[in-house]
Design a protein around this ligand. Structure first.
Ligand code: ADP
Length: 218
């Protein structure tokens, strides 16, 4: 059965989440207190409601309890974000995902029962910084405080050598989980696979090992 999603606050981040979910074929309810914002998204999601998410009665009337996942993407108004999260968890929404502005905001959200707290600006900032420091790094996704996935373009020292020769796992403690060659993606690389010019490697590992790898091969 398809999951039911609701997104509260359809600013830049929330509207992107809502539209993407909808584009992937999901039913999406978008809620925003701003009429203009609701108008902007009306043709892109299943239902749109103009409401204040800190109004508990209004949220109950919308039946949000029956949604599998509710994303709270309220930007600046930290108080509204916290109140909304409490209301949703008290109503019994199984999964509430909340965008946080600051670390402290995130800490409060976790304490009051948010199932997942996301920091889009912080995470995107880190990804951009990694790319700026070493342009070979195309993407960097934090999996936990200590582990990340890194996507990087093969450097000169790697080209023409296979994974066994590079011995990345033993030397750097990281795993190559994919090799992208043009449009094709090898998701089960073998030790004999040779790295070619313009290949992109996808690695998973501890942050400090990935950083060392990044320095050794840049
Ligand atoms: P972003 O940085 O993602 O663009 P914004 O702060 O611009 O974030 O957007 C947040 C959205 O959340 C706005 O469209 C705003 O109208 C909406 N919003 C803020 N508070 C509430 C609330 N209490 N109820 C419903 N929507 C809200």
């Amino acid at each position: 059965m398809k999951k039911q999603f609701a997104v509260i606050g359809v600013g830049r981040f929330g509207s992107s989440v809502a539209e993407t979910l909808s584009g992937l074929g999901n039913e999406v309810l978008a809620i925003d207190q701003d009429e203009e914002k609701t108008q902007d998204i009306v043709n892109k999601v299943t239902h749109v409601v103009q409401a204040d998410s800190t109004d508990e009665d209004a949220m109950r009337a919308l039946g949000l309890r029956n949604f599998d996942v509710v994303v709270v993407a309220i930007g600046q108004d930290i108080q509204a974000s916290i109140l909304t999260t409490i209301i949703l968890k008290e109503m019994g929404v199984p999964t509430v995902i909340v965008k946080a502005q600051t670390e402290l905001h995130g800490k409060v959200l976790r304490k009051i029962g948010a199932d997942k707290v996301i920091f889009p600006e912080r995470d995107m900032g880190q990804r951009v910084a990694h790319h700026l420091v070493s342009p070979n790094i195309l993407d960097y996704i934090e999996l936990s405080e200590d582990h990340s996935i890194m996507e990087l373009r093969a450097s000169r020292q790697m080209i023409g050598r296979n994974l066994r020769q590079l011995d990345i796992r033993a030397k750097h403690g990281c795993n190559v989980i994919g090799i992208k060659t043009g449009e094709s993606m090898n998701i089960a690389p073998s030790p004999e696979d040779v790295i070619k010019e313009n290949d992109i490697l996808v690695l998973v590992g501890r942050n400090k090992d990935l950083q060392k790898f990044e320095l050794d091969y840049s």
